[in-house]
Ligand binder design. Structure first.
Ligand SMILES: [Cu+2]
Length: 579
């Protein structure tokens, strides 16, 4: 890209998307944390924002620079900023209670760290429910060398799930009534339809099985009633990125939602995925992709026609959508697709058709719940499950092939994504590193982490123990640990390890993609490996805000390592009062 087109792209980006931060000198940044007004077409509320705006701030760093970021807390409560996906000394990681003490009201805390990577990342508060209340922004890091792909325009597309309720109120409601925000409750009419389609005994067995697990087949999303935003704008406000026909447009998708996964497509355009979680991947062209909470994907699109295209991001549970537009001129718009049928979890999604994930314990203690396979004595039912006929969305269309061929989605049918019009849907299995960050070697040991929960009490845990009752995970500097995630719940969990990369095992050996969030679908087992190369204490948690707060969280302590790298750092560096 030429300097002129880059400048133009930046100017356009600034005009349409950015409340950009001014650098006092190279590498110096300042951020204020403020109460701001948030207005969507659906609701208005007081939220939290950066630099006085509900439009997310974009920080633009350069690989190799040493950044100084002064964060001034104008709230009446503590705050913090965590630099999501950035590799940095642990005292700069911004997690109160683990990395530092937080930032008091009225104080300015100055972060200092070198930028040792490039790509698309984001930042957010790690205090209370400030992040769901709006405390998030984007990070774009320009690489030292040349990008291995070409583009003429460059836009951040930051998705979030703004909710009329405050995060604290949502958490209270979920604790009182875990299905408080689940509007897709199945009705007696659904039951009658099931009886008609499956036979009465199968329908009863199905009901009873879900009852045994104390969950509902509609638990794909446990938070509904939100308004999806793109760069702070709701579907009617229609965030727009401009292009000239024939240009290559880079879209940096960031999912900063508290709870919502999005399935993203741009009807009429294919997307070439070039980066996942900030690291370049071998380009793969898709029609649709699912972005887990806290992930980022960079794609290149090349619109050739002189018309508008809709950027359409449906929530995974199909209760809402984010909408933006790519257009040659502002004010243009394209057709907005309808929401597709909501998926229903099936017994097959929970591994029941395979029988290998027997540990469906949804209580935090006591004997394990009977396996639903035992509850359902009806052999016809089991036969039906194996053929995916419990997929409600597909039932009206007659027989449906078993869709569970992608190991990174639930093994049944309900949650395996299908691109619109039979197009290509991105799978984790498609991700291959462009350039491995580490020598490939065998892991020195394996740690199993079962993702567990009690939906009835809205407790989320790891190995049936919630954070407040758990011992830290101790790792030794220099080892390579293989983490085995076994998801025993019916929710999808985006697991995020701070401070060190997560090498996702997709069976590609040295080409396995290097990420900071790995999403584990219900009833599936997934492996990631970590080169333990960062001394200090780090957070490791599900990135769904209300799961994290309910206990699906661990502290990781990395023992050993270069002397001085962590030990000599002051406990609370560079703290000044004022601002
Ligand atoms: Cu979770």
């Amino acid at each position: 890209m030429t300097a002129t087109s880059f400048a133009r792209a930046c100017a356009l980006a600034a005009a349409f998307t950015v409340s950009s931060v001014t650098a006092a000198s190279a590498g110096d940044y300042s951020i204020t944390v403020d109460r701001v007004a948030l207005e969507t077409g659906d609701f208005a509320k007081t939220a939290i924002g950066y630099n006085g705006s509900s439009t997310p701030t974009i920080l633009r760093f350069k690989e190799g620079e040493e950044v100084t970021i002064a964060v001034t807390n104008n709230l009446a409560e503590d705050t913090s900023i965590h630099w999501h996906g950035l590799i940095l000394p642990y005292r700069q990681d911004g997690v109160p209670g683990i990395s530092f003490d937080g930032i008091k009201p009225g104080e300015t805390f100055t972060y200092r760290f070198p930028i040792v990577q490039s790509g698309t990342y984001w930042f957010h508060s790690h205090t209370g429910f400030q992040e769901p209340d709006g405390a998030y922004g984007a990070i774009v890091i320009e690489p030292q060398g040349r990008e291995p792909f070409r583009f003429d325009r460059d836009y951040v597309v930051q998705l979030t799930d703004a909710h009329p309720h405050s995060g604290e109120r949502i958490m209270r409601n979920l604790k009182l009534m875990p299905d408080y925000y689940n509007r897709q409750q199945r009705t007696f009419l659904d039951f009658l339809n099931d009886s008609r389609d499956q036979g009465l005994s199968a329908a009863l067995a199905d009901r009873s099985a879900w009852g045994e697990m104390r969950m509902m087949p509609t638990d794909v999303e446990d938070l509904q009633g939100f308004t999806p935003l793109i760069n702070g704008q709701d579907p009617a406000q229609n965030w727009t990125g401009l292009f000239e026909p024939g240009e290559r447009v880079r879209l940096r998708f960031i999912n900063s939602s508290a709870m919502t996964y999005f399935d993203i497509r741009i009807p009429g355009l294919q997307m070439t995925v070039v980066q996942a979680d900030g690291n370049n991947v071998q380009p793969v062209t898709v029609d649709e992709l699912r972005i887990a909470v806290a992930e980022t994907y960079d794609v290149i699109v090349r619109p050739t026609e002189d018309r508008a295209y809709t950027v359409f991001a449906e929530s995974m549970g199909r209760t809402a959508f984010a909408r933006g537009t790519l257009a040659p001129r502002s004010g243009m718009e394209a057709e907005v697709p309808d929401l597709r049928e909501p998926p229903l979890l099936t017994m097959a999604d929970m591994g029941m058709a395979h029988g290998e994930h027997g540990s469906m314990d949804h209580g935090s203690s006591g004997p394990r719940a009977p396996q639903p396979t035992h509850t359902m004595a009806d052999g016809t039912m089991m036969q039906g499950m194996n053929h995916g006929t419990m997929d409600h969305g597909a039932m009206g269309h007659g027989a449906m092939p078993m869709a569970g061929t992608d190991p990174f989605y639930a093994p049944g049918s309900g949650l395996t994504p299908q691109a619109a019009d039979g197009g290509k849907f991105l799978s984790y299995a498609d991700l291959k590193a462009q350039k491995p960050l580490y020598e490939h070697r065998d892991a020195t040991r394996e740690i199993e982490l079962r993702l567990t929960g009690n939906m009835e009490r809205y407790i989320w845990s790891i190995n049936d123990v919630k954070y407040s009752d758990a011992e830290p995970i101790r790792l030794q500097y220099g080892e390579r640990v293989r983490f085995k995630f076994v998801n025993e719940t019916m929710m999808t969990h985006p697991m995020h390890l701070h401070g060190m990369w997560s090498i996702l095992d997709v069976g590609q050996g040295k080409w396995n993609p290097v990420k900071h969030v790995v999403s584990v679908a219900p009833g599936t087992t997934l492996y990631m490996e970590t080169e333990v190369d960062a001394p200090g204490e780090w957070a490791f948690h599900c990135h769904l805000s209300y799961h994290m707060d309910s206990g699906m969280f661990r502290k990781v302590i990395v023992e050993g390592g270069p002397a001085g790298k962590s030990a000599d750092l002051p406990a609370v560096p560079q703290q000044t009062t004022g601002g």
